[in-house]
Design a binder for this molecule. Structure first.
Ligand code: HPA
Length: 275
């Protein structure tokens, strides 16, 4: 069946491919504020999202919206700096456009980073947490609607979406760098309001350790397309009600991201050569 979503993806992939200096094997989607912490590697090519036909351009302040492609060490990488979120009013087709574009370009490994609120009591603001699994509370799934058969199956398995091989690599890289890397289950909410304490208590009862407003659609789309996924979250704050005396603010999220962005970068750079 003809699907215009596939046409849009292949057109965007053709346009992007012409601008790439390498054929990327790894894509890295950098979360809120983490693009700045990662910085731009030396050399390579920068491609603003707006120059890719059909690409949904991010609108949120602090999400710059560009790709960088090149080699980091030996590894051909495509960096996504800034992403679109469901809470912006975008469709999940738009939210996962870049992820699917990666698949069409032949990317095998997707690394996603995000900022999250810490639900589990032993987690602290500033912790780096390896995502082991997720809970989708968005009330929507990017695979809803006709299946994009060229990408993957109608009913994809999600049993090991956060690939065990990559989780082991992340731990090895963290150990080698002397970085503490905890583990946790991430629950995605729509946002943009932060959660209530009652919601956080209920998520905790469900088995969630971290809460955020991104990542889950991208990981579902990546798993559908057969990509391996590594998810690393920066717990930027305690989730609502975890500290009964604290209020949540976007400023705290930004502040923690600035403070710990370099450590996330160091971890990612140590992961890449091990992939
Ligand atoms: N809740 C949801 N999303 C977030 C949070 C949070 O506490 N912190 C950073 N992103």
């Amino acid at each position: 069946m003809h699907d215009e979503r596939w046409d849009r993806l292949t057109q965007a992939a053709d346009a992007l491919r012409e601008r790439l200096e390498v054929s990327p094997r790894v894509a890295i989607t950098l979360g809120s504020g983490l693009s700045d912490g990662f910085g731009l590697p030396v050399g390579g090519a920068r491609i603003p999202c707006g120059e890719i036909p059909g690409f949904p351009v991010p609108t949120v302040a602090g999400h710059t919206g560009e790709f960088w492609s090149g080699r980091i060490g030996e590894v051909p990488v495509l960096l996504q700096r800034g992403r679109v979120h469901f809470y912006e009013g975008r469709t999940l087709d738009e939210v996962t456009f870049a992820t699917r574009l990666f698949a069409v370009l032949g990317v095998k490994v997707l690394i996603v980073t995000n900022a999250s609120g810490a639900i589990r009591p032993d987690l602290r603001a500033g912790d780096l947490v390896l995502i082991t699994d997720h809970i989708n509370m968005l009330g929507a799934n990017p695979l809803h609607g006709a299946n994009l058969d060229p990408l993957g199956p109608r009913f994809p398995d999600m049993s090991s979406a956060y690939t065990p091989r990559l989780r082991a690599i992340a731990h090895a890289a963290a150990d080698a760098e002397g970085i503490q890397l905890k583990e946790g289950v991430y629950v995605a909410t729509l946002g943009p309001s932060y959660e209530t304490p009652a919601e956080i208590r209920s998520f905790r009862a469900l088995g969630a350790d971290l809460v955020g407003m991104s990542t889950v659609p991208e990981v579902i789309a990546a798993a559908h397309a057969g990509m391996e996924v590594l998810g690393i979250s920066l717990a930027t704050n305690l989730a609502a009600g975890v500290d009964p005396n604290a209020a949540l603010s976007h400023e705290e999220v930004i502040e923690t991201t600035k403070r710990k962005g370099a450590e996330m970068r160091r971890l990612l750079l140590a992961v890449l050569p091990r992939l």
